[in-house]
Design a binder for this molecule. Structure first.
Ligand code: NAI
Length: 403
């Protein structure tokens, strides 16, 4: 039997186990990413497609996706998927926005402690055979001011752990946030930079955050403070950071994300920060743990099976969100995706009543482009219902679930 579910890029086995356990079909696992041509050749036969971040899903490939019900991005980001094209075709995309938040927060704490104890330079000198046994410049983190930029999933998780270590947590966010424990919000980024012993970035890459840590902002940081960027590579002007490390204004930095990153293990990694002993560099692994991979595999697979079996689109990235209770016994559910134009719902309901169906529940959600209406009916829908529903002008897709 040909697999109707394809999971690329070494997605965690948890996903396959869940999809198979849910009885959705045959799952094929691929170790690598698919090229555009390979994807176009495979996509026509697929019911579900799972990718991580290296398989681009283009509008051209989607044009062949006649049976594809949904796409799972087993990642945080979804930039590599043509979200609007998928939406227009009635294909929801699901991802896992915070399954690796804890992993990033833990690593940021580790970097905080190591930087405050000047471990990177002591490690480097020990590796060279030197014995730099001194307490000079080494501090506990207890009682120090941690400045968190962006108090979202990761920032707030970090706040809780840091408070547990006795740190004084301050944060700056452009939105009002529920503060955890004794953490305190500050009104402006500059204020946070001026007061913090450690500044750690946890914001997305947007027009408002790109190069937010430029030369001017780095100069505002406390002399001897340290900077952590485990968020996005374009938040910090790397040359300006190299300059403040060179001058000694900052005592150290930990950086996991870079303006340009190698595409794979065969490409060399180069950065102006490589010459500093007081810098911890890592290859974009902030969220890369076994626990995070497993949690992502489970979360996205659950979302895919909830959509296939129940029509649920809660927390879809590109699709109107409909939250639904499980389908009751003796009922069927008709999931209808249509262009968002006037009159579709009433014509669809006319088709239901022409088929003699008793509607027991109906939920509608719309985006600017499409509408998604899910109708629960008593008994079994007649065989010609799908044809009738397809005949409603504006219809993109129809599925009958259950029964
Ligand atoms: P999130 O969306 O939950 O939180 C981001 C926060 O930043 C929000 O509260 C938002 O209001 C705030 N924000 C946006 N613009 C801002 C600005 N100009 N100034 C201050 N605050 C602003 O995101 P999450 O999940 O906490 O992720 C944070 C960052 O970490 C993202 O850039 C994400 O891509 C990155 N990340 C990196 C990983 C790695 O492997 N190094 C793994 C996971 C996430």
């Amino acid at each position: 039997m040909t697999a109707n579910i394809l999971l690329t890029e070494n997605i965690h086995a948890e996903a396959r186990a869940h999809l198979t356990g849910a009885g959705l079909g045959e799952v094929e696992l691929l170790g690598g990413a698919l090229s555009d041509d390979e994807l176009s050749a495979r996509i026509a036969e697929l019911m579900l497609l799972g990718v991580r971040s290296r398989t681009a899903i283009t509008p051209e490939a989607l044009a062949n996706a006649k049976q594809l019900l949904a796409i799972g991005c087993f990642s945080i980001g979804t930039n590599h998927v043509a979200l609007e094209a998928a939406e227009r075709l009635g294909i929801p995309v699901f991802n896992s926005p915070f399954a690796n938040s804890r992993s990033v927060a833990e690593l940021a704490i580790a970097a905080t402690i190591f930087l405050m104890r000047r471990i990177p330079e002591k490690h480097a000198s020990a590796m060279r055979g030197d014995w730099a046994k001194t307490a000079k410049g080494a501090y506990e983190v207890r009682g120090k001011k941690l400045g968190i930029v962006g108090y979202g999933n990761i920032g707030s998780q970090l706040s809780v752990i840091a408070s547990g270590l006795g740190m004084h947590v301050y944060y700056y966010d452009i939105e009002a946030k529920l503060r955890h424990g004794n953490a305190r919000a500050v009104d402006g980024l500059d204020e946070l930079l001026e007061m913090s012993d450690i500044v750690t970035l946890h914001v997305p890459s947007t027009d408002g955050t790109r190069f937010m840590m430029n030369a001017e902002r780095l100069a505002k940081m406390k002399p001897g403070a340290v900077l952590i960027n485990y968020a996005r590579g374009d938040l910090v002007d790397i040359d300006a950071l190299a300059a403040v490390l060179e001058s000694g204004h900052l005592a150290g930095a930990a950086v996991d994300v870079f303006p340009t990153e190698p595409a794979g293990a065969s490409e060399r990694f180069e950065s102006p920060l490589q010459r500093f002993d007081n810098v911890i560099l890592s290859p974009h692994v902030g969220g890369s743990t076994q626990e995070a991979q497993q949690a992502i595999g489970q979360e996205v697979a659950e979302k895919l099976s909830a959509y296939v079996k129940e029509g649920v689109t809660t927390r879809a990235v590109n699709f109107p969100e409909v939250a639904l209770a499980p389908l009751g016994p003796g009922r069927q559910r008709i999931a209808h995706v249509h262009r968002n134009e006037p009159g579709v719902l009433s014509k669809l309901n006319d088709a239901f009543s022409a088929s003699g169906l008793n509607i027991v529940g109906q939920s509608l959600a719309t985006s600017a482009t499409i509408g998604y209406v899910v109708t629960d009916v008593e008994g079994k829908a007649p065989d010609d219902l799908v044809e009738r529903a397809r005949g409603v002008p504006g219809t993109i897709r129809v599925r009958v679930l259950g029964g």
